[in-house]
Write a protein that binds this ligand. Structure first.
Ligand code: GDP
Length: 219
């Protein structure tokens, strides 16, 4: 007797392919005042934030705009349809940056995370080999101060073997549990595609884009 093959898994639609650059702002006051839901990305320079945004949106160079000289200290907004937005916040990691620049960055990024009413959640991008730096912890504190969900992408997971990746994941998860805030964490690799779907699920849930909402992902 012929047993019919099970139906092939149908890939879920990716709402983030609709992402389009909207505007850059050097001050909070320059950003649109409306009630479009936003999810923001932040992380140490070189942690893989642009690659993560591009992978999520299936674009080769969505976040290139954020790398344009002069735009690196700006907040860059990308519309995802009419009801949601992704926000690329300026990165950190200034070994030799003047104090004034560092303070200006803190005011802009801290102000955005603490006061932007549109914000539904913050994605904190960390290189899986160097998670939870001092400034990463500052991001978590700003998030926790307003009980905003924070989701950590441990990027470049392809650089570690399976066991080492899982060990880092558990260690970071344990530290987050101690903070008693709505934080989740997952492994991610823009290059290998690891965790991209799981991250889309989290963002879709925050932004009301109607995919399944798993919360904490297991990858
Ligand atoms: P950003 O400064 O945080 O926006 O980081 P980028 O996305 O520009 O990435 C910084 C560097 O890390 C680049 O050389 C990328 O090719 C590399 N990179 C980013 N994501 C991955 C990844 O998933 N795996 C590996 N192996 N390298 C990555």
């Amino acid at each position: 007797m012929n047993v019919p093959a099970p139906p092939a898994a149908v890939p879920l639609p990716n709402p983030f392919v609709a992402a389009r650059f909207l505007i850059s702002g050097a001050k909070l006051a320059q950003l649109p005042r409306d009630d479009v839901a936003e999810a923001a990305f932040v992380g140490r320079s070189n942690a893989g934030k642009s690659s993560a945004l591009n992978a999520l949106c299936q674009k080769r160079a969505l976040a290139r705009v954020s790398k344009t000289p002069g735009r690196t200290q700006l907040i860059n907004l990308f519309d995802v349809g009419e009801t949601a937005r992704l926000v690329d916040l300026p990165g950190y990691g200034f070994a030799q940056v003047p104090v004034a620049t560092r303070n200006a960055w803190g005011e802009l990024v801290g102000g955005f995370i603490e006061r932007r009413l549109n914000l539904r959640g913050l994605v904190i991008v960390m290189d899986v080999r160097h998670p939870l730096t001092e400034l990463d912890q500052q991001m978590l504190k700003w998030c926790a101060a307003r009980a905003l969900p924070g989701h950590i992408l441990l990027t470049k997971a392809d650089k570690l073997g399976y066991g080492a990746g899982q060990a880092t994941l558990s260690k970071v998860r344990k530290e987050l549990d101690g903070l008693q805030a709505p934080f989740t964490v997952q492994l991610f690799s823009a290059h290998a595609g690891t965790g991209v779907e799981a991250a889309r699920d989290v963002l879709s849930a925050w932004l009301g884009l109607g995919r399944r909402a798993d919360g904490e992902s297991q990858t």
